[in-house]
Design a binder for this molecule. Structure first.
Ligand code: SAM
Length: 343
């Protein structure tokens, strides 16, 4: 649900506050920005079945200047980390120009991007030169046919993109794998070996029930079940699992060659340590991934809203951030897909 952002009246303390602290004393310092809701792939877990997905009209999508303005205000409220995502960020023309602008904002000290890597062979160096610090790459399978079936894309350019990211000097490179029972849960050990061989860190993510083409109940598998696999136990010592409230928990590889990460949004929520806000490609400010409430920064800005209004909207978003993110399993029509929100 998109709400009108008319925060000045709503939140009287706004002008005096300089940090985004929610009702549960969490400090929000991390903004994930979707720069497009379009993608060159059509991963079944990320969007509704191909025909059912309608991208927003281009006029609804934030301009780079609008994104830059929002980040400047966010930075003045203590946001120091930005991740660019989508859709596929690199289908947005001239993305390095936006990266350069955001990288030049003083208080943004960590600028990262999530990509499917298809276009990184062409753009990795340019992104590095523009000031991007880190890249996470989605890689769900090493099997070319499986890859094609799951994503609608090709594996070879993705592998070339990973290599180009390395060559451009991005460190660390993180690979993200969404785990799906019956689709790629037999490849965990191979993916661990692949990442270790190329000096990357792989993170396995539990499948979340979003508006998606894939049947969640059929394909969900918990990290615990994956860690029970013999060939996974041969590679990591489960007793050494990190504790804490971070999104990813890491285990050292027995080989000594790096770590493996596990992200458990379903079996072990990490809401207590959540420091995130999200900006959708069409200008919705969301404080929780599965909660559909969002504040409309695009219309606020296009109707002449001031920086102070944007600031108040951020403060209001922090105020409505729920304590815990609740995933809705009942097919709620409001529910958005990852491609629409920004992953
Ligand atoms: N196109 C880019 C990419 O492929 O990395 C960025 C956008 S994608 C939506 C960002 C992340 O969301 C990816 O790591 C993807 O694996 C994850 N994702 C999408 N849908 C998901 C779901 N239902 N459950 C868990 N992770 C999901």
């Amino acid at each position: 649900m998109m709400f009108e952002a008319s925060p000045v009246h709503f939140f009287e303390r706004a002008p005096s506050q300089t940090e985004l602290i929610d009702r549960f004393a969490r400090k929000l310092t991390y903004l994930r920005i979707s720069v497009t809701d379009r993608c060159n792939m059509r991963c079944d877990y990320c969007r509704p079945s191909a025909d059912a997905y309608q991208a927003e009209p281009r006029s609804h999508i934030l301009q780079f200047e609008e994104i830059e303005r929002i980040v400047e205000v966010a930075a003045s409220l203590g946001v120091s980390k930005v991740r660019i995502t989508g859709g596929e960020p690199l289908v947005r023309r001239d993305l390095p120009k936006l990266i350069e602008k955001i990288a030049s904002i003083d208080d943004i000290t960590d600028l990262a991007m999530t990509s499917n890597a298809t276009y990184l062979a062409k753009h990795a160096q340019e992104l590095k030169n523009a000031g991007l610090n880190r890249i996470n790459i989605s890689l769900d399978t090493l099997n070319p046919l499986r890859f094609q079936k799951l994503t609608g894309g090709e594996l070879a350019p993705v592998l070339a993109g990973i290599q180009a990211t390395k060559n451009a000097g991005f460190v660390p490179i993180k690979l993200n794998t969404v785990l799906m029972k019956g689709i790629n849960d037999d490849e965990v050990a191979d993916l661990i070996d692949f990442a270790s061989d190329i000096g990357a860190t792989i993170r396995f993510i539990e499948l979340m029930p979003m508006k998606q083409g894939l049947d969640w109940e059929k394909h969900y598998i918990s990290i615990d079940d994956v860690l029970a696999q013999e060939n996974v136990q041969a590679r990591v010592d489960i007793a050494l699992m990190q504790t804490g409230n971070t999104a990813a928990r890491y285990l050292p590889l027995k080989s000594g060659k790096g770590d493996v990460g596990f992200i458990m949004p379903m079996s072990e929520r990490f809401c207590e340590g959540c420091n995130r806000l999200r900006l959708t490609a069409d200008g919705g400010l969301r404080s929780c991934l599965p909660a559909d409430d969002q504040l409309n920064l695009r219309d606020l800005m296009r109707n002449g809203g001031s920086d102070e209004d944007i600031r108040s909207t951020f403060l209001r978003s922090a105020l409505i951030k729920p304590e815990v993110g609740i995933y809705n399993f009942d097919g709620d029509t409001e529910k958005r897909s990852m491609i629409h929100i920004g992953g």
